[in-house]
Ligand binder design. Structure first.
Ligand code: NAP
Length: 483
């Protein structure tokens, strides 16, 4: 199966923070893959900017080193020299006035201008102001901003207002890289390009939905940042909330940015406030040589959660009475992300089976091995009467799509290409981000105003037992966390 490749228009992409971890780990290797795929016009350029003083040649050498480190299979690719020729570098301190006129002189008239803010959010305002002040950004320019987009409603609003002073909403691309994942986009394809699921996609047929994003790593290395954030800010408010939106939203009238984002916003606005008993926070403890959370963040008094499980409800017709269970955490049993849509049982069984009748489940795996799995009941083979057994109809996208399926673009590749194309469908709109914080803020405030500590859990487990209880008391159970 060959995917069609449509070249983007000519562009100058400026990466602020080009020497940083995100640029080296994701942005530059992603851009190289799109270059190697032939997606960029010959003249397109990528301009790095940061405070470090560097020549073009040094930046190119650093980009080559980053590709060798983070995409080693392509380190010797024949397309690499031509990619490096696209790269330029301008030393700029975002908070000063030096370097901006050099950048202005580099920008070509006629090419699309995109500015990737891969720097701390505290610098977004300074960069936006100088881009506008020096006439570097024009009315068609785009800016790309990274997470975290604020740490509460107030700061997100302030950030939106700062950016809005210099850029229209149609120029602002707020990245949630989950939306760039192939399987996440596939959620919309599965729902809205098939007749099979949508008629069943409501409270009449769905019992509950569970979403798990589990990591095996701890927070060592980014403990100082994480301890100020925690799982709710770092994962629930953005990534898991976006997944909830894609599962729960009404069909947009068209697959375009305004329509899709309008429907997502309606879901967030329909979220019921969380009841105090519907959330469990956890913190991993030390085990053997593995340090605990408190060691990792070097803060023995920290009450920040490295794990959270919660039950949310969406107050609208489609989802009345259908709980959405979400959990995410560090140092868990396996690295896995999945969404399971668990259907109701048939209203009446004609079979005399005494054993368990298991409900249908549609499991959408985001990682590892992206794909879908539909669990159905069939007759157990053999002469022993009509006994039922549940079997998976398993589809690995990699297997189903052949070589193209094993070479899926990284989220950043897809998202940066969309920026150049001017397509905001997979980016968060300002009002969406604010609505997500408006729902999350009271949950965080209630916790921060109290004295309770997160429940301890051992590394390599499914999190604290209390999280299991969240579902058990509803007569349901989490799916096992396994790779
Ligand atoms: P980082 O490694 O600390 O890099 C920060 C970059 O900003 C460096 O290139 C730094 O270069 C530059 N910089 C710092 N102060 C500057 C200034 N005054 N003027 C111009 N450039 C300046 O951070 P990162 O991990 O790449 O993260 C960048 C952004 O992406 C952050 O908002 C982060 O939250 C977000 N993010 C990162 C990841 C990730 O995997 N790393 C994932 C999701 C989101 P100089 O020191 O040379 O100036």
């Amino acid at each position: 199966m060959v995917s069609r490749l449509i070249r983007v228009d000519d562009f100058d992409l400026v990466i602020f923070g080009a020497t940083g971890d995100l640029a080296r780990r994701k942005i530059l290797p992603g851009l190289f893959r799109r270059h190697a795929a032939g997606q960029f016009p010959d003249a397109a350029r990528i301009i790095g900017a940061a405070r470090t003083t560097m020549s073009d040649a040094e930046f190119r050498a650093d980009a080559a080193a980053a590709i060798a480190e983070f995409d080693p299979a392509r380190a010797q690719a024949p397309e690499l020299p031509a990619f490096l020729d696209r790269l330029h570098y301008v030393p700029i301190d975002a908070t000063g006035d030096d370097g901006w006129s050099d950048l202005a002189a580099l920008m070509r008239p006629g090419a699309i201008r995109a500015f990737y803010f891969s720097v701390a959010p505290s610098l977004f305002g300074a960069i936006a102001e100088r881009l506008a002040g020096h006439g570097i950004a024009d009315a068609d320019s785009r800016i790309v901003v990274e997470k975290p987009f604020g740490r509460d409603l107030e700061s997100a609003r302030a950030l939106n207002q700062t950016l809005a002073r210099h850029f229209d909403e149609g120029q602002i691309y707020r990245i949630d890289h989950y939306l760039g994942k192939e399987t996440v986009q596939n959620l919309m394809a599965v729902r809205f390009a098939n007749m099979l699921f949508e008629p069943l996609w409501n409270a009449h047929y769905i019992d509950h939905v569970q979403i798990t994003v589990a990591e095996t790593v701890g927070v060592a290395g980014r403990g100082a940042y994480y301890d100020q954030s925690g799982a709710i800010r770092d994962m629930i408010q953005n990534h898991l909330m976006q997944l909830v939106c894609l599962i729960a939203m009404e069909p947009p009238y068209h697959f375009d940015p305004a329509a899709v984002r309008d429907e997502k916003l309606k879901v967030i606005r329909a979220l019921e406030p969380l009841a105090a008993g519907d959330i469990v926070r956890g913190q991993y403890v030390a085990e053997g040589a593995i340090p605990g959370y408190l060691d990792d963040v070097e803060n023995p008094a920290s009450r920040t959660e490295s794990f959270v499980a919660l039950k949310l409800r969406i107050a609208n017709w489609r989802w009345q009475g259908v709980p959405f269970y979400l959990r995410t955490g560090k140092r868990l049993r396996a690295r896995t992300s999945e969404i399971a849509v668990v259907f109701r049982e048939p209203p009446h069984s004609i079979f005399d089976q005494t054993g368990p009748h298991k409900p249908n489940e549609l499991v959408i795996r985001l990682q590892p091995n992206e794909g879908m799995n539909l669990k159905v009941m069939i007759k157990e083979p053999g002469p022993g009467g009509m006994r039922l057994v549940q079997v998976p109809l398993d589809m690995s996208f990699a297997e189903a799509l052949g070589p193209e399926g094993t070479d899926m673009p990284d989220a950043y590749e897809r998202l940066i290409t969309d920026v150049i194309r001017g397509n905001q469908t997979l980016f968060m709109r300002g009002d969406e981000v604010e609505a997500a914080w408006a729902w999350t803020d009271p949950i965080i405030a209630a916790w921060e105003g109290g004295t309770a500590r997160p429940e301890p859990y051992d590394p390599g487990t499914s999190g604290p037992d209390e999280a299991l209880g969240l579902m058990h008391r509803d007569g349901r159970r989490w799916r096992e966390i396994k790779a």
